[in-house]
Design a protein around this ligand. Structure first.
Ligand SMILES: Nc1ncnc2c1ncn2[C@@H]1O[C@H](COP(=O)(O)OP(=O)(O)OP(=O)(O)O)[C@@H](O)[C@H]1O
Ligand SMILES: Nc1nc2c(ncn2[C@@H]2O[C@H](COP(=O)(O)O)[C@@H](O)[C@H]2O)c(=O)[nH]1
Length: 206
């Protein structure tokens, strides 16, 4: 599938800071838009249906799988999460750059469907800092934090399959890295389009 917009996938173990980085990126760059996923997990804190997630029941999620509504889905930390085709294809067709904040299983599924998708993995600087970020966030019970830390080892082992890895130690530095990746992909895409254009032909190149 060839759309005018770019597709970015950002994955990380829970607490590494991907939502913070993606939100900061979107504040700086209105051309980058989020995709709102569906999940069977319960809302936490101030989360609202249709903003952070579409919160659905397991039967509703299963019905969406059966009707092929998801471009990718996975079980993460005991709940189901999925990206609907609708959530991304409409926006990319309009030329927006879409960013998915999803786990590594979903990221690798996305690469199968959208070969041009750019996969970015965010790492915390240390295990101690990862635990402390989850605790400081204060949104999960101790049990949930332990489960997320246990899963983090398996998730981080997948980082080498991604196109880029960013270590989120100093937030502004990590944000700069993420912005640079988005910018580089836009230049690459523009160059590809340009190479099919009359400008290249008239200059006698490619
Ligand atoms: N570079 C950083 N230094 C210190 N704290 C940070 C940094 N980046 C993010 N944080 C903090 O760490 C906590 C976890 O960040 P965030 O919620 O963005 O993680 P996440 O990867 O999106 O987690 P989840 O997958 O569970 O949604 C938040 O309280 C956030 O403010
Ligand atoms: N494969 C998918 N993973 C997703 C999707 N939406 C979110 N996620 C990942 O789930 C975990 C937990 O998220 P939380 O909001 O409960 O903390 C995290 O790794 C997300 O990236 C999705 O649509 N598909």
């Amino acid at each position: 599938m060839d759309y005018p917009g770019n597709l970015f996938v950002v994955s990380a173990p829970s607490g590494a800071g991907k939502s913070s980085l993606v939100n900061a990126l979107m504040e700086l760059d209105s051309h980058v838009q989020p995709s709102v996923s569906h999940t069977t997990r319960a809302p936490r804190g101030q989360e609202k249906h249709g903003r952070e997630y579409y919160f659905v029941s397991q039967p509703e999620f299963d019905a969406m799988i059966a009707s092929n509504a998801f471009v990718e889905w996975a079980q993460v930390h005991g709940n189901c999460y999925g990206t609907s085709r609708r959530a991304i294809e409409e926006r990319m067709a309009q030329g927006a750059d879409v960013v998915l904040e999803i786990d590594f299983q979903g990221a690798l599924q996305i690469k199968q469907v959208f070969a041009n998708a750019v996969l970015v993995f965010i790492l915390p600087p240390s295990w101690e800092e990862l635990r402390s970020r989850l605790e400081r966030r204060g949104e999960d019970t101790e049990d949930v934090i332990e489960k997320r830390l246990t899963n983090a080892a398996q998730e981080m082992a997948q980082a080498c399959k991604f196109d880029f890895v960013i270590i989120n130690e100093v937030f502004e530095r990590a944000l700069f890295d993420l912005k640079s990746i988005v910018h580089a992909q836009r230049l690459k895409y523009a160059a590809q389009r340009c190479s099919r254009s009359d400008t290249f032909a008239s200059l006698g190149i490619c």
